[in-house]
Design a protein around this ligand. Structure first.
Ligand code: SF4
Length: 226
């Protein structure tokens, strides 16, 4: 598998914020978001990507056996043909796996390949207009989520807020028990206070959890491997 980096840190966002985890970052992505902060993990003419070919056994030997928590990320980790087997092996070894995926790859197909997904959850982005990638969202991905999964919005404009509200309307109609919903801002593009005001004042957003990417507060935002 094409591995950009494996490192231990705390989860900087989402359901396990602040908890220790081993991060496995895979190379390559099928999207190009305007605010991407992991260009070093993408393939492209202007985007050199340094990676190491590793077998699943080699990857397993590198993960932290004390933490027992994995965050599989990228790039887009579901594009790799061996990702399902890697996740399956991690789950069998007793790790809880958080899969960060971009909303533009079929997750049902991936879950079917993994088999027993009870100790894994998705953190799935819904890409809003300011990302430039909202047309690429596969709506079916958002219809088969479990209460343990996470939908994540990154807001960079007023237009983004409007789309987030309409997505939340559709999700509320679909689910009796919603997946977790997290929302943050594109730093420097949208004021966190404004997003919090929307969450507080718009009924459809009342259960959205506001988040800051705490690893970017604790460490230099440009720093890798944290
Ligand atoms: S999906 Fe993630 S890794 Fe891919 S371009 Fe967008 S922000 Fe970057």
């Amino acid at each position: 598998m094409k591995i950009v980096e494996i490192f231990d840190s705390i989860d900087g966002e989402g359901l396990r914020t602040g908890q220790t985890a081993t991060f496995i970052r895979l190379a390559g992505c099928n999207l190009r978001c305007s605010y991407c902060d992991t260009l070093y993990a993408l393939f492209g003419e202007d985007e050199p990507c340094e990676y190491t070919e590793m077998s699943i056994d080699e990857i397993l030997s590198r993960v932290n056996k004390q933490y027992k928590r994995i965050t599989l990320t990228g790039g887009e980790p579901l594009l790799h043909k061996d990702s399902a087997e890697l996740v399956s092996r991690l789950l069998k070894d007793g790790y809880e796996v958080n899969i960060e995926t971009n909303g533009a790859v079929d997750i049902a197909e991936f879950s079917a390949k993994v088999g027993d997904v009870s100790n894994m959850f998705y953190t799935i982005d819904y890409k809003l207009p300011s990302s430039g990638m909202s047309e690429r969202m596969i709506w079916d991905n958002f219809l088969s989520l479990r209460p343990c999964d996470v939908v994540k919005f990154v807001v960079g404009s007023g237009e983004d807020v409007n789309m987030m509200k309409s997505v939340m309307d559709r999700l509320s109609e679909k689910y009796d028990v919603m997946p977790h919903i997290y929302a943050g801002v594109v730093f420097g593009e949208y004021e966190p206070q404004k997003l919090i005001e929307h969450i507080m004042n718009e009924p459809v957003l009342k259960d959205v959890v506001f988040q800051l990417q705490i690893h970017k507060v604790i460490w230099n935002p440009e720093e890798r491997g944290v």
